[in-house]
Design a protein around this ligand. Structure first.
Ligand code: ADP
Length: 275
């Protein structure tokens, strides 16, 4: 399993004219990231899914000229998946660094997306890295690796999913500088949807109006609401020629619920806002 997704930064979808991954700031988060990086402090980004956390980290890594190692955490991810393991090949055993160890040695930014999903043994390796020791313990080899200058640990999680078992422990949280993301303000979100989705400003504004109506819904027990990611997907379908309402049904409504009554109610809202 290749858990490491070291992104090659290049022009293409999501890349702005300056060659950096396109990112529209919500507030002063770029400055905070720069200061945290300068101080060698780890960063915790909280926010709902699809609100721009990953794109922000990609943008900042490119802006600071640092390599980025991204790990999408899941409930099977263990400390060994992050740190590395002994591999057996042709009768020989050799050590293979995991993505976190590579980032620590190379002075890269390591982004652990949805860190609360990972197994609890990961905190043992994250704690000494996230405090002023900046050391990674490799239990299997007995090595303690000092983080190279430039190494930065960034973690994200979605407080909406938080439950008692999956929350971050205070001893972990208090090692990180924290940044809270919400969905972007409407004019920023319109710009994102137009740029990323390839639609005109009017269509982008209609999609954002729909998202705002969906986000105001409280009577339906939706696990998540319409994210910027879903708006961008609907915009792309529209830009490729699908009628707007159909695109919203496919990219937004169906993504939000499997319940037939809820889907019907959301469909009605789509018709009311876009009709
Ligand atoms: P998260 O990591 O919070 O789940 P992402 O960063 O993957 O969300 O964002 C999902 C998509 O939404 C991105 O691929 C991008 O198209 C778009 N997006 C969201 N916020 C922004 C932003 N501030 N600037 C540029 N694109 C954004």
């Amino acid at each position: 399993m290749d858990l490491c997704d070291a992104r090659v930064l290049q022009r293409g979808p999501g890349a702005a004219a300056d060659g950096l991954p396109y990112y529209a700031a919500q507030a002063d988060e770029c400055r905070l990231f720069e200061h945290a990086a300068r101080c060698g402090l780890p960063l915790l980004i909280k926010g709902p899914t699809g609100c721009g956390k990953t794109r922000f980290v990609e943008h900042m890594a490119a802006r600071l000229g640092r390599a980025l190692v991204t790990v999408s955490c899941h409930d099977d991810l263990s400390a060994a998946d992050l740190v590395g393991r002994h591999l057996i090949a042709g009768g020989d055993t050799r050590w293979s660094d995991g993505p976190l160890t590579r980032a620590v040695r190379e002075g890269a930014i390591c982004y652990l997306d949805e860190v609360v999903e990972a197994r609890k043994d990961t905190t043992v390796v994250l704690h000494p890295l996230a405090d002023d020791r900046r050391m990674l313990p490799i239990e299997r080899t007995g090595e303690w690796v000092a983080a190279a200058p430039g190494f930065m640990l960034v973690i994200s999680y979605n407080p909406g999913y938080q439950n008692l078992l999956k929350g971050l422990k205070p001893s972990t949280r208090q090692r990180f500088v924290a940044l809270e993301f919400g969905y972007p303000a409407s004019e920023v979100e319109c710009a994102i949807v137009a740029t990323e989705g390839g639609v005109d400003a009017t269509t982008a504004a209609r999609l954002v109006a729909l998202a705002q109506a969906l986000r105001r819904l409280t009577e339906h027990d939706l696990e998540e609401t319409a994210s910027t990611r879903l708006l961008v997907m609907a915009a792309r379908l529209t830009a490729s020629g699908l009628p707007l309402q159909q695109a919203c049904r496919a990219a937004i409504v169906q993504a939000l619920s499997d319940d037939a009554d809820t889907v019907a109610a959301l469909d009605e809202l789509v018709r009311a806002v876009l009709g």
